[in-house]
Structures are given as C-alpha cells and as structure tokens.
Design a binder for this molecule. Structure first.
Ligand code: 4AD
Ligand code: MG
Length: 439
C-alpha cells in the first residue's frame, strides 16, 4: 500500500507518529508563508500543515489533484479543533509531498456539498460527483441495503437464484420490451424474472429470490422511471393467500430499517435523513382507499389504477392516520393487472394483488398467482394473450404445482424514497432513461 493510514482514522493517540497519507486535494489555503491542505479520501478529511518550503512548492496545485504526503501527526490546539471539527483533533505536519496526478482545470462540475451544477451535468461526470460526501454516502447506504437484503432472504430460507436476462418474450403485459437480435432470432431483454421465479418455486425450491437487472422500454420521463433498474424479486410456495407475501415484506422492511439505522448512522446523518421503523403496515382495500382519497377531493373511477397523484395523497393520509411511511394497497382491478394474478372466487373484477407505497410512491407490486391451468388459460384468453407463445410457462402448471405468490420491488425506488432524494436518478450510479445511454 502507498499509505500507512487513511484520512479518517488518525487521532491524538497517534501524535508523534510518522505517517504516509494519500488522497485528493480538497482545499488548499496558503496563508502568507505557510499553508494548510485538506486531504480527502473516502474515509474522511485530514488537515495537513505545510511549512514555507512545501507551501511554495505546491502553491498552484489545483483542487482534486492526488498527492502522497509523509509527515508527523501533531495534536491541534483545542481552540482550533472547535472551529474546524470536520478535520478532527490532529493534523499532519508534512515533511514531503509527492504529486501523483495533477488535476486539469477548470473542473467540469462543482464539487462542493451545496453544488449548483444541474443533475444532467452531474450525471455526465458521475465519477466526479461521487467525490461529494453526500453522494458517496448514498451509495455506501445502497451497498448496505443490498447486503442486508441478501442477508434477510437467506435468513428466511429463500434460495438465491439468477435467471436469464436474454429471453424470448416477456410476460409483463403493459411493460414494453427492448427487442434485440439474437443470432438472427427475435429476442428481448428480461422485463421481470416473473416466469422463472414461479418456475423454481414449482420446481420444489419453494422460496426463491433474485436481486438483478430489469429492462423496460418505457418512454417515461418521470422522477420514478428508469429503463434499467435493479429488481428485488421473491416468490414463495404453499401460501394461503397474498397476506403471507405481505407478511414477509413487512418483516423485511423492519429488519432492513432497524439494521440500517445502526450500521449507517454516520452516512444517514450526512444525507440528512432520519429513518422510522414501520409500525404495523396498514393494509387497505381499494374501496376504502377510494373513500379516503375522495374525502380529499380525488376521485378514482371504477377499474382504474391509482395514479402518481393518488399514491402521493394516500401516502400523506396514511402518515397522518396510521403514523406509517408505508401502506399496502389491496384489491387492484382485474382490468389493470396481468393475466397471472389470481382473482377471488366471489369477485372476478378484482385481483388478489397489492402494491406497497412508501412515502407516497409505489415501490412494490405483488400477488397470489393463478396456479390452476384451466383458469390461467381462461384469464389469458380474456387478456387476448396466446399461452401457446409462452409454452414453457404453460408447462410449469402441468406436473404438480403448488399455490404460490410473490412480489417485485424496485431497489432504486426504495433507496430514493428512503433517502428522500426526489429523483430516482440520484439513487443509481449510472441511470438509464430514454435519453441517457452514457457514460
Ligand atoms: O410493478 P412492476 O412492473 O411489477 C412486476 O414486475 C411484477 N412481476 C411483480 C410481481 O412479482 N408481481 O415492477 C415491480 C417494481 C415496482 O413496484 C417498482 O418499484 C419497480 O419494480 N419498477 C421500476 N423502477 C424503476 N423504473 C421503472 N421503470 C420501474 N418499473 C417498475
Ligand atoms: Mg407495479
């Protein structure tokens, strides 16, 4: 390693020690003959004291250049520590400075915490945008969410599967496919692992999950839609009804939030959010939801979905009434749901499906699946879908199939809503939308 320590770990315990640090020039202040350099790496910032000779040597070094510094750890006077807490109780008095990489100037974006650079430009230079503390914190939190998600589903005895992303045809009616040429054959990028997760539950794995990419050729220009996102999908067998699926989701979010609050305390402070552990998540049926919305002046016609405005409004209502950031919305109309959702015996106009709304935005859609082939075929006919085209999907239901259900959740939306980022593009390193294909 080039370094003996990182910029976050030195304390007065190391006073008198000779150390080597390496990082980016965050700030360089030359004051008369002497100077101070704030050296930054992913762990923090260390103040480096520059004697007159070194000050002169690097006086014109641009911000974001990379240097290696050798020096001695010195305790800072108490009055200075108070003034600049961010750099801690020590500083390093430099003896040598090696310039490893001189940054070009000017920087294409503003690398300051309160940047005024437009999001499009920031995303063009995402690798520089990440040098901001807040942006780096978002992705440290996302990484922990990813790891905790794996931990939770493994703990709950789900089996991690990886399903093909190159497919013949999707089953997500409504969601547009990205068509590709597969050695002269028509193919598309997977819009969902739906068929495969059902396949492996029926195969006998019983409980499966996948965290993987999902592709949707939706020309949506909203703060909630991407054309490529990460789905957290799970599917489980031997369920009594869709409430069994919701129980797992509820347990997952309680686990996730409890652990995050502890494991990411520092990053959450940097991003400026306070997370709440969900109380019992309310499960509201469509008639009740419509009534609540109507009281606030929003009418949803029969057989219609909740639009973004309705979801936002419902989020506010639930927050007031149930003190919950989350709400399960149940009983979506058959007209708006895909053919594989099960319908209750006594009401074919609705489905045994649900969405999960988090702070006013849909983050998950799930259902009990129809596993009885005759009914599934009838439902296909009603939707004008030719099951023959989905022959291998049809086969799943022919040789002993268990009642099952599951859900698709969007990781990027979860991160966006949890951290109150205002735009899904803030929650993913390199977003893909109808306009953005680079970097
Ligand atoms: O609601 P969706 O389309 O449902 C399915 O894919 C079903 N197969 C799920 C199931 O198991 N029944 O997608 C699931 C979730 C959404 O709730 C949302 O969080 C996310 O995936 N999502 C998107 N995220 C970003 N950009 C998009 N274009 C998204 N479309 C869906
Ligand atoms: Mg949905």
């Amino acid at each position: 390693m080039l370094t003996t320590h990182n910029c976050g770990e030195l304390t007065s315990k190391e006073a008198g020690t000779k150390v080597t640090l390496c990082g980016w020039v965050d700030t360089l202040r030359i004051q008369g003959k002497i100077g101070f350099l704030l050296l930054r790496d992913r762990y923090g910032i260390t103040q480096v004291f520059l004697n007159p000779e070194l000050s002169k040597e690097i006086a014109t070094l641009p911000k974001e250049s990379v240097v290696v510094i050798e020096g001695e750890v010195k305790k800072r006077p108490a009055n200075q520590v108070k003034k600049e807490m961010s750099t801690g109780e020590i500083e390093v008095s430099a003896t040598t400075i090696d310039i490893i990489s001189r940054s070009e100037t000017p920087l294409p974006i503003e690398i300051t915490e309160e940047t005024t650079t437009h999001i499009d430009k920031r995303l063009d230079y995402r690798f520089l945008d990440l040098r901001r503390n807040k942006i780096a914190a978002i992705f440290k939190i996302r990484s922990v969410i990813y790891a905790l998600t794996n931990e939770f589903f493994i703990k709950e005895k789900f089996i991690n599967i990886n399903t093909p992303k190159l497919t013949k045809s999707g089953v997500e009616s409504g969601a547009e496919e990205f068509k590709i040429d597969y050695f002269g054959k028509k193919a598309s990028l997977a819009q969902s692992p739906q068929v495969y997760k059902q396949m492996f539950v029926v195969a006998g794995l019983e409980k499966v999950f996948e965290i993987g990419p999902i592709f949707r050729a939706e020309k949506s220009h909203t703060t909630r839609h991407l054309t490529e996102f990460i789905g957290i999908d799970f599917e489980m067998g031997f369920i009594k009804d869709e409430h069994d699926v919701m129980d797992v989701i509820e347990k997952y979010f309680t686990f996730l939030l409890e652990k995050l609050i502890k494991q990411c305390a520092e990053e959450l402070t940097v991003v400026g959010v306070k997370l709440n552990i969900p109380p019992k998540i309310p499960r509201l049926d469509m008639p009740e939801i419509k009534k609540l919305l109507k009281e606030k002046g929003k009418t949803i016609p029969e057989n219609e979905d909740l639009d973004a405005e309705a979801e936002k409004l419902l989020g506010e209502i639930v927050k007031k009434k149930y003190h919950s950031d989350f709400v399960f919305t149940l009983g979506y109309p058959w007209a708006k749901r895909p053919f594989y959702h099960m319908r209750p015996e006594n009401n074919p106009k609705v489905t045994r499906s649900f969405d999960l709304i988090y702070n006013g935005v849909e983050i998950a859609t799930g259902a009990q699946r129809e596993h009885r082939l005759e009914i599934l075929e009838k439902q296909c006919k009603e939707k004008g879908i030719d099951l023959k085209k989905l022959e291998f999907y049809r086969d799943i239901f022919r040789y002993g199939v268990i009642p099952h259900g599951g859900v698709g959740m969007g990781l990027d939306r979860i991160v966006e809503q949890m951290l109150n980022l205002g735009n899904i593009r803030e929650a993913i390193l390199l977003p893909r939308d109808p306009e953005r294909l680079t970097p």
